[in-house]
Design a protein around this ligand. Structure first.
Ligand code: GDP
Ligand code: MN
Length: 377
């Protein structure tokens, strides 16, 4: 779950990280009102969950009411990478002297958080990693120990040479790590992390991504969700207790169990096609759940064929079959379905499915090939 910059900044500010916090406006008039409250030079920033807003023209400085109105009018309603801007953050502008980068991510290889810093901040960090990897410094953090003072100081000294700035930056690194750990985040980032002409440091931008699987531990964070910027199918799936991730292919997959769902995507790719999604309907699947799953899959316009791969253990094959038949009736589906059903109540399921247009197969490999063949015909 991605948070907007203003949400991430509020969390950072509460932790003590230096942030020039402003307010969010949805109309140019509101932006002007906030400007009058703040006084001085302000920055108007589009609030959308994509990077590169600056380059897209979604971030502008303004120093009087007319400019604020003009720039807020230009940004609100703007399209940035397919998302319409509905909110802008109006905040006091930082008088930037230097732009650096600080970020924390989970490194799967070492199964630990990794802190990354770079004196080349402000720009896309992936670009820095590609073109000038020597400008990125990383430190693995032992999750049982947390950040040690020597680590934060060493990292901070890669950004600045003045002792005072190193001290301030090291403190911010600890504060970022606290937020990251406490909220089960998968990413926290300040880009750019700036100094001003007065020797202060500021989080000029803020990014925070929370791990969806950790949200059960932090029910309060659910309120931070930006529903209108999330994938509709994924929201629908969450409401029905299904694990769904939208992908770009055209073979819709409905599987029980995450491992089998991964294997199903692998086998689709192995035979040369691309899955449209990951979908795990879970261990104890009711016909209602199957119906909801099929609704989500068929809602994706890219899907040409559905490949159902069920290993009936706790999940009963006849329950799945009933769901499919209900879906056929309710959704008036005419999409080809390839199904591999095996395990508990397999025979009952097969009997039920005889009346439908379903293509029944005996193995995963056969199913994947059949689905690919149908999708390309
Ligand atoms: P992003 O493009 O979506 O990453 O948005 P950022 O918040 O990082 O802003 C992009 C760039 O706009 C920054 O790298 C800065 O150069 C500039 N910028 C953002 N806020 C301010 C500010 O308060 N003052 C000044 N002078 N520039 C800013
Ligand atoms: Mn940025």
């Amino acid at each position: 779950m991605k948070l907007q910059e203003y949400q991430a900044k509020e969390i950072m500010k509460a932790e003590g990280i230096p942030v020039k916090s402003g307010k969010v406006a949805t109309t140019p008039e509101e932006a002007v009102k906030i400007y009058h409250e703040l006084g001085g030079k302000v920055v108007i920033k589009s609030q959308v969950l994509v990077g590169g807003r600056g380059k897209a023209g979604g971030i502008k400085l303004a120093s009087n009411a007319d400019e604020v109105k003009e720039k807020a009018t230009a940004i609100l309603g703007m399209d940035i990478k397919g998302i319409t801007v509905k909110k802008v953050l109006v905040a006091p502008a930082v008088d930037i002297a230097a732009e650096t980068y600080i970020g924390i991510i989970i490194d799967r290889k070492s199964k630990s958080p990794v802190i990354m810093v770079s004196p080349a901040g402000g720009v896309d960090i992936e670009q820095v990693a590609k073109e000038t990897p020597e400008k990125i410094f990383m430190t693995r953090i032992d999750p049982f120990l947390g950040v040690m003072s020597y680590q934060s100081r060493a990292l901070a000294s890669k950004l600045f040479s003045e002792p005072d700035l190193i001290k301030k930056t090291a403190k911010v690194i600890h504060q970022l790590y606290n937020i990251f750990e406490r909220n089960d985040a998968s990413l926290i980032e300040i880009n750019p992390f700036c100094t001003d002409t007065g020797g202060n440091v500021w989080a000029v931008d803020a990014k925070l991504v929370l791990d969806d699987n950790g949200l059960v531990k932090h029910p309060g964070n659910e309120d931070l969700r930006n529903i209108d910027e999330e994938v509709t199918e994924e929201l629908e799936a969450r409401a029905n207790d299904l694990s769904y991730v939208k992908l770009d292919g055209n073979i819709g997959c409905m599987v029980n169990g995450a491992g089998l769902a991964m294997a199903t995507m692998d086998i689709v790719k192995y035979f040369g096609s691309e899955p449209a999604n990951f979908l795990d309907i879970g261990g104890s699947s009711s016909p209602e759940k199957v119906l909801a799953a099929l609704k989500i899959i068929t809602g994706d316009p890219n899907v040409k064929v559905i490949f159902i791969n069920i290993f009936g253990g706790i999940t009963r094959c006849d329950d799945v079959a009933k769901g499919i038949i209900q879906a056929y009736d309710k959704l008036s589906m005419d999409m080809p379905i390839v199904i591999r059903l095996t395990g508990t109540n397999e025979e009952e399921a097969k009997k039920l499915l005889q009346e439908t247009k379903l293509v029944s197969v005996g193995s995963m490999a056969e199913g994947a090939q059949k689905a690919i063949e149908l999708a390309s015909s």
